[in-house]
Design a protein around this ligand. Structure first.
Ligand code: AMP
Length: 216
């Protein structure tokens, strides 16, 4: 399965991606995670990306496309993957189609996780991630048992730099202007599946995701 996950920041794409790969093991290719790893490693690419990420803007396509192409060429992606946070605009979507076309492949589906705009702010300001295992929490909706530490591995929880209120507004604007049009893009290709990302618990939403993707 080659799957694209669409949805505004805070819609729960990453959380659902983690649920999918727990049940159906395949790589979760998150451009946000790849960029944050490059920033943490202090590479030239990371340094360039950080200035955009801190402002809530998209990192230039030239940087992201090369990074994705390299990742998708790796052996573990041969049998399929989930793209989380990519593509983010029409140019990236077209480049992905071209990349796959060259390999004689196509996307299985684009899954849109829909959440009303007014809910997103609280989801993003409340978001915390485990430094050690990447597990995500929300201090409002899905708090860890012990504040600041991961239920799964005891690792330290942190708030992403770009989950601060000033940056969030910009990221939501960027989403509306540049990424939301992809819902139409994949709708026209006939591969769009949509789920309500605000209806119920994480597990209930996951059940609708499985149904939409016809996962057994
Ligand atoms: P995310 O973790 O997906 O919310 O991404 C965090 C930040 O990384 C975004 O606000 C962008 O600055 C950058 N980013 C992630 N994915 C992309 C992408 N596909 N294209 C451009 N910038 C991206």
């Amino acid at each position: 399965m080659r799957l694209v996950l669409l949805g505004a920041p805070g819609a729960g794409k990453g959380t659902q991606a983690k649920k999918i790969i727990e049940k159906y093991p395949m790589p979760q290719v998150s451009t946000g995670d790849l960029l944050r790893a490059a920033v943490a490693a202090g590479t030239a690419l990371g340094k360039e990306a950080k200035s955009y990420m801190d402002k809530g803007e998209l990192v230039p396509d030239s940087v992201v496309l090369g990074m994705v192409e390299e990742r998708l060429k790796q052996e573990d992606c041969k049998a399929g993957y989930i793209l989380d946070g990519f593509p983010r605009n029409t140019k990236q979507a077209e480049a992905l189609d071209a990349m796959l076309g060259n390999l004689g492949m196509s996307l299985t589906a684009a899954l849109s996780v829909d959440v009303p705009f007014e809910n997103l702010m609280k989801r993003l300001t409340g978001r915390r991630t485990c430094k050690a295992c990447g597990q995500m929490y929300n201090v409002y909706f899905n708090a860890p048992k012990n504040e600041g530490s991961c239920d799964k591995c005891g690792g330290q929880l942190f708030q992403r730099d770009d989950d601060k209120e000033e940056t969030i507004k910009k990221r939501l604007d960027v989403y509306s202007a540049q990424t939301a049009p992809l819902i139409d893009y994949y709708g026209k290709k006939g591969i769009l599946k949509s789920v309500d990302g605000a209806a119920g618990t994480i597990d209930e939403i996951f059940a609708t995701v499985c149904k939409a993707l016809e996962l057994k």
